[in-house]
Design a protein around this ligand. Sequence first.
Ligand SMILES: *[C@@H]1O[C@H](CO)[C@@H](O)[C@H](O)[C@H]1NC(C)=O
Length: 134
Amino acid sequence: FAVWVKVLTLGIFEVISSLAVTGIVGQDVVLPCQISTRTQPDNMEVQWKKIIQTAIETVYEYRAWTGQDVPGQKYQGRTVLLKDGFTSGNVSLKLKNVQPADGGTYSCIVRSNAWSADAATELQIADSSAVLSR
Ligand SMILES: *[C@@H]1O[C@H](CO)[C@@H](O)[C@H](O)[C@H]1NC(C)=O
């Protein structure tokens, strides 16, 4: 009985993304990320990180308890996470003005008081100038 009560109150959730998205240089791209629950986890924290061979770079962070969102140093003014998505579990990140160097693996990490889950997506870059320059 005690175990069952725990499962109900823990607020376990999953995080879902897609395997890969394609961004076009100079345009905006949405990195998809969805929380499996309908209700926002308690004290939710959302982090987007870029995984680079030797390091992990912070792209964006949001903490529900302060309402503060902080873009990573190299991503100032380039990230948008729509606040109304928090209630529906949509924590997809819009990355503006995609650059060739943005290509790579991005991880969406969602934490609450009692649980944490993450999902990764691969950003592939398509260069439109290769087509336009001729
Ligand atoms: C989630 O939000 C993004 C914009 O940030 C939007 O492009 C996308 O369609 C939304 N996804 C769903 C499932 O509503």
